[in-house]
Design a protein around this ligand. Sequence first.
Ligand SMILES: [Zn+2]
Length: 104
Amino acid sequence: MSGRVRPRTARRAAERAADRRLEKRERARAAEEGGSAANPTYVTSGSQVEARATSLPCPNCGGHCRVLDHTAEAIAGRSLRVLRVECARCAWRGETFVAVVQPS
Ligand SMILES: [Zn+2]
């Protein structure tokens, strides 16, 4: 039957579409709070860093993320906490950027 889409081809097309959707969401996430070094989320104490990072939803499915790794890095002249996070629901992995600012 000509014109019929074979299952494997359809599956690959669906995977590519899902990849494109995820890329779009990850680009959008970079502009969101905590999604990039230029756009960190702010806390007033180091003890709040991990709680804040896990409060931000997964950009892929909106699920809860857990912290895999937590490092302090100097990026663009300021000290940021960079947390590698993984979604507990869909296993998406990414980085969340947190800046600690002392209240004045
Ligand atoms: Zn997820």
